[in-house]
Write a protein that binds this ligand. Structure first.
Ligand code: ADP
Length: 383
């Protein structure tokens, strides 16, 4: 895509520099209207736009210099750094690149600005047919950031899967030739646990990938009471094991949202499961709903171990856990809250947390009500 834009820019620039130079010549050798009419046979107005206007609209910077090194054109994007420290560095980097292009070579260099925010600006120069040179400037910061996130993600997945799979291999080796039934039972039990752990990570990864890649989002009217009932039943088994009671309070009559029922159950189910997992045995979890200014707020509150304030922002990142050992003991994958955040985003809503270490946590999933979505739709706003 960017290569295509650069190629088009180069072609346009060739035409533009011709036009700009011709325009300059035209100014100095101005002909009378009668002579012009005689010189130019009558033809329809061109259907194409003024190429300078096209270059003005490009989402990358374009600088054109004439053979005598004078800058003949700079599009608006290329002036966005003007007068800044970054602009000075950029001009200093561009000059030798344009020199190279003027002697017929293609050149490219990336300027790294350490910010914050960190930015990577790439400048490529090329000679223009008929003389002169072009520099194109592109902000590659976002693409580089996404590449880094992707690389991190792959490294994290490998690590998360390597641990249980590695443990399985070691346990299987222990079983070879083992005859003591007690040892066989104990090792087999641990193998089942590790196999489940790997399977849960894979399941959560697939679910997160589907939600993140914008898997076709169903938009139907969903009863909040149904979402809550299904979410709680998802956490029932672990709740019974830990002897934790989940109580549902005040669901407003007829409370409904517009969205994807499966995704909403997945999000709220993760919040309820976490509340149960991170409560002390015998504790209590409360789920309540209230309507607030066009949003349905589904709240899940526990009086469990709580989350230190410094971790509030990070818990929604993939694979982030406050306490690795505890998350592992409770069968956590570190992906639950990432799923919740993506579901909230997909629905035009948000997820909020308030928590104190040692006192408990309250998570709020805010999803626009069906009437808000309908009102926005009538105003032509898409969520
Ligand atoms: P996990 O599978 O480890 O539970 P999540 O993405 O669901 O992963 O949560 C990320 C981390 O946030 C957890 O590892 C845990 O440390 C913390 N956390 C989430 N919910 C709660 C809660 N209700 N109480 C205390 N800590 C929580």
């Amino acid at each position: 895509m960017t290569i295509a834009i650069a190629a088009i820019s180069c072609a346009l620039a060739g035409i533009t520099i011709g036009l700009i130079i011709a325009r300059r010549l035209g100014d100095t050798t101005r002909a009378t209207p009668a002579t012009q009419a005689a010189l130019q046979p009558e033809r329809p107005a061109p259907p194409w736009p003024d190429y300078v206007q096209v270059l003005d609209q490009l989402p990358i910077g374009i600088v054109i210099v004439a053979p005598d090194r004078a800058t003949v054109y700079r599009n608006p994007w290329a002036t966005t750094f003007g007068g800044t420290h970054a602009g000075v560095l950029l001009d200093a980097m561009m000059e030798p690149l344009l020199e190279q292009a003027l002697v017929g070579e293609h050149a490219r260099q990336v300027l790294e600005l350490y910010g914050p925010p960190r930015r990577s600006i790439a400048v490529a120069s090329s000679p223009l047919p008929g003389g002169g040179a072009l520099a194109s400037i592109q902000d590659e910061s976002e693409r580089r950031r996404i590449d880094a996130v992707r690389t991190d993600f792959v490294a994290n997945i490998s690590h998360e899967l390597k641990t249980p799979v590695g443990a399985l291999a070691v346990l299987a080796e222990t079983l070879v030739g083992e005859t003591d039934p007690e040892v066989i039972d104990r090792v087999a039990e641990r193998m089942v646990e590790d196999a489940h752990r790997a399977a849960r990570t894979i399941d959560d990864l697939l679910e997160l990938a589907g939600i993140e890649m914008g898997e076709a989002l169903v938009r139907e009217r969903v009863d909040v009471a149904d979402v809550i009932a299904e979410s709680i039943s998802r956490a029932r088994q672990i709740g019974e094991q830990r002897n934790i009671h989940v109580e549902v309070l005040d669901i407003p009559k007829g409370a409904a949202v517009v969205g994807d029922r499966r995704q909403l159950v997945s999000a709220l189910g993760n919040l309820v499961e976490n509340a149960v997992k991170y409560s002390e045995p015998g504790g209590e979890v409360q789920v309540r709903v209230r309507a607030d200014d066009g949003f349905m707020e589904m709240m899940v509150a526990d009086r469990g171990i709580g989350i230190p304030a410094r971790d509030h922002d990070r818990i929604f990142e993939r694979f982030y856990r406050v306490d690795r050992a505890r998350s592992r003991d409770t069968g956590g994958t570190g992906l639950g809250l990432s799923i919740v955040r993506h579901v909230a985003d997909n629905h035009g809503g948000e997820v909020l947390v308030s928590s104190r270490e040692g006192e408990g946590s309250t998570f709020v999933l805010r999803i626009p009500t069906s009437s808000r979505v309908e009102a926005l739709r009538q105003q032509g706003v898409r969520q």
